[in-house]
Design a binder for this molecule. Sequence first.
Ligand code: PLP
Length: 470
Amino acid sequence: MNNLFRLLPSMDRVLAVLEGDKALAAAPRPLVREAAQAFLDGLREEIKSGLVTGEAELAFDALSPRIACFARAYARPRLRRVLNATGVVVHTNLGRSVLPESAVAAVVDACRHYSNLEFDLATGQRGSRHSHIEAVLCALTGAEAAMAVNNNAAAVLLTLETLCKGREVVVSRGQLVEIGGSFRVPEVMAKSGAILKEVGATNRTHLRDYEAAIGPDTAALMRVHTSNFRMIGFTKEVPLDELVALGRERGLPVIEDLGSGTLFDFAQAGLPGEPTVREVVAAGADVVTFSGDKVLGGPQAGIIVGKREYVDAIRKNQLARALRLDKMTLAALEAVLRLYLDPEAARREIPTLAMICAAPEELSRKARSLASAVRKAVGGMYDVRVRPGSSRVGGGAFPERDLPTSLVCLYPKDSSLTVDELRARLLDTDPPLVGRVEDDAFCLDPRTLAKDEFPLAARALSQAALKNHA
Ligand SMILES: *Cc1c(COP(=O)(O)O)cnc(C)c1O
């Protein structure tokens, strides 16, 4: 073993290999040194634990490709592009929405140059960052006033803190949901200082339950979209218009947390079940909050629309400063909202909408084209077949609704990696490819993969499958 330790290459020799590696040219030098050190430490551990036993494994010619490979992985940025072949369009773990080109251009412009972020060009005086999106949001939703903050969780927190702190908010027990583990309605409410007044039973809440709960300390009535949770069977929730009528009668605002929220009429595209924000505003909700990066297809943001008196109060809250949007997000959000002014343009240009609305024939064509690229890459090792399957919208909208799609499925032949091994290795390709395992096959859903990503997906598959033979 001591002999083996003596064969370890020197730090300088390792560094010399890395200095000559073009793929590392842009990596910070201290990180490259750290990578070299980590590689040598790892090698020492391998010798200690008996993983390396022969001199041949330590020959410098055998080591240098490993050194380069290790350092490239070590020094690359931690937040990376991935290929989403899961078929979940709004995939929270994969960054939710992909922005349309006009929004990307707006972000680049906003961060490369100075802007009128908080400067009124008409007067030369200080302006408000909210002003850039208020008019377009009002036009799209029919609301009197609008603003946006960091995300929908912030929008809910800020709304409650402004309108209900220290007072009671009446919410149906059936809507006290947890969304994605980090947003729980009762906990957000507690953080805002509002006091939760639960009404109804888990499965059924009636108008009379709200009526009975209203007292001198009541500040608002609230409805929460149950998002990725759905109750079936003997259930009842009070419709928004009935709650609005009650709120009017008692002089209480009605707050609606729509979760995903949509500015596009999916029912017209054959996907009923989610009201548009405009419909919710028209039904009389006083404050409506929703996400910018779920079905809307924009950047991470929380949008607040509603009656002027409430939105103005929310905007003036000191907490709004802590939750405000940065200029890049604001630029992206404005660009996305402008696309919605022409619904056809929105459907064509906003990737999230285009993916949700993709026609089955188009998906089947995409699947055949992807399958042929995949066959060329790994056809020797996997049987590649196209078969019907389903995709998901994600983001809590249209819960439990399957969108028909065509999947490209890889079935291992005798000597190839198993489906689970393949899936794991694909997480280490460049870029990583995330698919799903279904019925003993590794499946790629072309709904969430752009056509120009097909060659990358095929390359990732051959990289992953090849390692087996290396
Ligand atoms: C997703 C969701 C939220 C949180 O929205 P973020 O934009 O992720 O902060 C809040 N409420 C509901 C009902 C949701 O579906």
